[in-house]
Design a protein around this ligand. Structure first.
Ligand SMILES: [Zn+2]
Ligand SMILES: [Zn+2]
Length: 134
């Protein structure tokens, strides 16, 4: 893992640094993560609240179903989820981190919400990049 871990949004306006080591979290398939990201699952890392350092840009906070989700209003990238406003640990979207190769999720959660086709994506034909026109 890199000693300085930074991440940011798709367009680059929002940037952050993790001031302490993140703990690999879960890959969440819950309906709320899916809707908030428009993706079939979201990988999270856990970090102490004071270790999330916003370098540029701003976070838009949305309270929904008992948690607070934050995203980058410039381009819509999901960034954080907090169970409460003062929770000691908060979760950061693993895939908004610049180098997330070190990430190895600790668990898959809310699999009862997982779309049935997700269980079988390993058997799909694969292409190193975009699919060749056939
Ligand atoms: Zn952005
Ligand atoms: Zn979730």
């Amino acid at each position: 893992m890199a000693t300085v871990i930074e991440g940011g949004c798709l367009c680059g306006m929002l940037r952050y640094r993790l001031g302490g080591p993140p703990t690999p979290g879960s890959v969440c398939h819950c309906a709320d993560c899916r809707r908030a990201s428009a993706a079939p699952m979201v990988a999270w890392v856990s970090i102490r609240r004071e270790h999330f350092i916003l370098l540029s840009g701003e976070l838009k906070r949305i309270r929904h179903a008992g948690s607070v989700r934050s995203f980058a209003p410039c381009c819509g990238t999901p960034v954080l989820i907090e169970d409460t406003e003062d929770a000691e640990h908060i979760d950061v979207t693993a895939c908004s981190i610049d180098q997330s190769d070190w990430y190895s999720p600790a668990a898959a959660i809310w699999v009862e919400d997982r779309p049935p086709w997700m269980a079988d994506t390993g058997s799909l034909p694969e292409f190193p990049r975009a699919r060749e026109p056939s």
